[in-house]
Design a protein around this ligand. Structure first.
Ligand code: TRP
Ligand code: SF4
Length: 400
């Protein structure tokens, strides 16, 4: 009943690296061709942990957006915006906080994990506990169907589903719902109404999920049904109340992991990252000096690719034939490590060259990025305002 929108956000961490590209951005670029997509800078989320240093947020945000664009995120296809520019997120967060059980937030796994990890900061704050709920507001306000995220974020999307369900349950059951839904269904004409009823019964009594899908599709085809009635009918088809908020699904990003130069997870703070905009000489040097299988002390010592941080890079960048060449050459000491690294260096440089070029356009003229974001914010705001109207209405907050 709502178009299948994709939404995802990233905290502003500054310039991005190859790990971000292969783990997230490549997927964003692919999705923008398949769905209407919204991608945003989660700057309020950055403040939940960095509230002592808010000054860094702006610079980090612009650098990150430049890297999105450099990586191929296309502002003509996807809507790019900044969370704090759409104040409706804050209003929805507040309203959702009224009905969110504390226990739901306390039991989100990232809550205790992050507290443990970031011991140097005082995270016994209200904002930090509310982190996943703010994320729920981000998602629900655009009625997003799909949320591409990494594994660690799946519990947040799960909680968002529960929040949407609870919201619809509490506020979607208006007085006379059944009658209103039936009256709305009548507007479809007798023939379609009969089909709709049949499909609904098949789903509600027979659990036929396919029938529900067909019924929702039928509903979607109807041009003349006003928005409120659509929500009602969509909920009614499922045997519930009005569906004001949409339950999203996590889209797990399946991608080859690009490890850092030392074989650990790539991360700027570990100093093992290759930045998307690093000059070719620096990239070449970093890979050439990467550690390899410690067993290969001398050129004549055979090695084991599985024990070498260069091997996962071949898994990302090399085809079958080249991987076989590495396996054979490494285990027989037939090739040297620099020889083995060269095709990886070439592949990374080839991947980064167009990114650096695209980034340069935006670095030369920073107003370009600002106007892309301003335009994205306008588009995002329109959608957010629409949802908030329904939310306020459902919660009885539209009086004056
Ligand atoms: N919590 C996410 C992260 O750390 C960022 C984020 C904030 C987000 N709001 C979101 C991701 C909404 C997806 C949807 O990566
Ligand atoms: Fe690693 Fe390649 Fe050297 Fe083997 S030959 S140790 S895989 S760099």
């Amino acid at each position: 009943m709502f178009e299948a929108r994709v939404l995802s956000g990233m905290r502003p961490t500054g310039a991005l690296h190859l790990g971000h590209y292969h783990g997230v951005l490549k997927n964003w670029v692919k999705l923008q061709n398949e769905y209407p997509c919204l991608y945003f800078v989660a700057d309020w989320h950055a403040l939940t942990t960095d509230y002592e240093h808010p000054g860094r947020v702006e610079q980090n945000a612009w650098e990150m957006v430049v890297d999105w664009l450099a990586a191929g995120v296309d502002p003509n296809q996807a809507i790019l915006f900044v969370q704090s520019h759409i104040q409706e997120h804050a209003e929805l967060h507040l309203l959702l906080s009224m009905m969110t059980p504390l226990g739901w937030l306390e039991r989100v796994p990232t809550y205790k994990d992050q507290m443990e990890k970031l011991k140097d900061r005082d995270l016994a704050t209200y904002g930090f506990l509310g982190y996943p709920l703010l994320q729920s507001a981000d998602i629900l306000i655009y009625r997003a169907c799909y949320v591409p995220v990494g594994e660690d974020q799946v519990p947040h999307v799960e909680m968002t589903r529960e929040i949407a369900r609870r919201f619809n349950h509490l506020y979607g059951r208006e007085e006379g719902f059944e009658d209103k839904a039936r009256a709305a269904a009548k507007k479809m004409g007798t023939k379609k109404l009969r089909l709709l009823n049949e499909l609904r019964t098949k789903f509600l009594e027979g659990g036929d999920a396919d029938a529900l899908k067909r019924a929702q599709a039928l509903l979607e085809e109807q041009q003349n049904i006003p928005h409120g009635d659509r929500e009602r009918l969509s909920g009614w088809l499922e045997g519930g109340g009005r569906k004001i908020l949409v339950e999203p699904e996590a889209l797990l990003t399946e991608s080859a992991r690009v490890p850092g130069l030392d074989g650990q997870k790539m991360s700027k703070s570990y100093g093992n990252a290759i930045g998307l905009r690093e000059p070719p000489e620096a990239v070449t040097k970093k890979i050439r000096t990467m550690p390899t299988d410690p067993a290969r002390v001398k050129r004549s010592d055979p090695g084991t690719p599985e024990k070498c941080p260069v091997w996962p890079l071949h898994l990302v960048y090399s085809d079958e034939a080249r991987r076989a060449w590495v396996q054979k050459g490494c285990t027989s000491a037939g090739i040297g490590c620099l020889e083995c690294k060269q095709p990886v260096i070439d592949a990374v440089l080839a991947e980064l060259a167009p990114m650096r070029e695209r980034a340069q356009t935006y670095l030369d003229d920073p107003t370009l990025v600002k106007s892309i974001i301003a335009d994205g914010c306008d588009k995002a705001r329109k959608l957010a305002v629409e949802t908030m109207r329904d939310v306020r209405d459902a919660m009885g907050l539209t009086y004056s």
